[in-house]
Design a protein around this ligand. Structure first.
Ligand code: UDP
Length: 311
């Protein structure tokens, strides 16, 4: 089986490459290295036995292959709010043009495509937890709109290819995921808090810290994506950890996990920051027989170990 991973040098994409190689796939990793990095795939590139090809390419532009392709994990996009505020046009282009190009590739090769969508399609949700049937509460012209609307468009065009062309598609809505290979300076809450705690610097809680998130450890997330690809379910499926905590509680958990003596400081809440987020994973349990296995304490310990090693 030959499988393309777009964004394959990114945080989630590189873990997906590892999993696919361990399950016998030939992997073609496509990344333009805007937020991906060589470090994430260096261990694969240096392994001569790995059936792995790296292509440096921006998928907002078309990409052609001579060889057959069976699966496409379409995971390329900036994913940190800080990144997509700095890269608003690229974020819109990879979600819209990049998804169109990858659907075109899947159609040409009669390959199955999995779109990595996001809990951000629910925006600042008015329903908690969020089931897949919830349509969301998104501000299209706010600063986060570039990501949210790109992913909503990506879902729409994926369903259109499925319905009109009969393309074999999957849509996963990924909730906050963390673990080794997150970029130390990507601006998201997990790398921010862990690197601040390790340096004994103040931990920057935005707003009053009462907003909630639900954090899924990377190995659980990637297993969920793989199972969805191998399932026959073409409607969106939430994959995330339903354990919901406030950002203030999360700051305290990071202080405990690192043994830090950092203090907590409060900063302005970014515009349109969702107040609540928790996946309803009933569907993933039912159709994928999947649920997360790694708890926050264990996952944080493994992530802290990684950040210590790169700090
Ligand atoms: N956040 C925070 N301090 C930080 C970074 C983020 O309090 O240094 C908050 C942010 O306002 C949001 C939550 O943590 O409420 C998660 O933010 P992140 O950027 O990780 O991603 P999001 O879930 O908002 O997409």
């Amino acid at each position: 089986m030959r499988t393309v991973v777009t964004g394959g040098a990114g945080f989630l994409g590189s873990h997906m490459c590892d999993l696919l190689l361990s399950r016998g796939h030939d992997v073609i990793c496509v990344d333009n290295m805007v937020t991906g990095t060589n470090n994430n795939i260096a261990h694969i590139l240096s392994d001569d036995s790995a059936s792995f090809t790296f292509i440096d390419h921006d998928i907002s532009k078309p990409l052609f292959f001579d060889e057959d392709i069976d699966h496409i994990f379409h995971m390329a996009s900036p994913a940190s709010p800080v990144d997509y505020l700095e890269l608003p046009i690229q974020t819109l282009k990879v979600g819209a043009l990049g998804t169109h190009n990858m659907l075109g590739l899947a159609k040409e090769k009669e390959a199955r495509l999995l779109l990595a969508s996001t809990s951000e399609v629910y925006g600042d949700p008015l329903v908690n937890p969020q089931p897949e049937s919830y349509w969301g509460n998104v501000n299209p012209i706010g600063p986060r709109g570039v990501y949210d609307e790109a992913k909503r468009y990506a879902e729409a065009i994926t369903m259109a290819y499925h319905r009109y062309h009969g393309l074999d598609t999957r849509i996963v809505r990924i909730f906050n995921t963390y673990g080794p290979r997150m970029r130390v300076h990507d601006g998201r809450v997990v790398p921010n808090f862990i690197s601040q705690a390790l340096d004994n610097k103040p931990i920057t809680v935005y707003g009053d810290g009462s907003q909630t998130r639900s954090f899924c450890y990377v190995s659980d997330e990637i297993e969920g994506l793989y199972r969805l690809m191998m399932s026959n379910h073409h409607m969106p499926v939430n994959v995330g950890n339903p354990y919901e905590i406030s950002i203030l509680e999360f700051a305290e958990a990071v202080i405990e996990a690192t043994g830090s003596n950092s203090e907590i400081v409060y900063r302005d809440l970014p515009e349109d920051d969702p107040k609540l987020r928790q996946p309803d994973i009933s569907k993933a349990r039912e159709v994928l027989d999947w649920e997360p296995k790694v708890g926050l304490r264990d996952g944080l310990a493994r992530t802290v170990e990684y950040f210590r090693s790169v700090n």
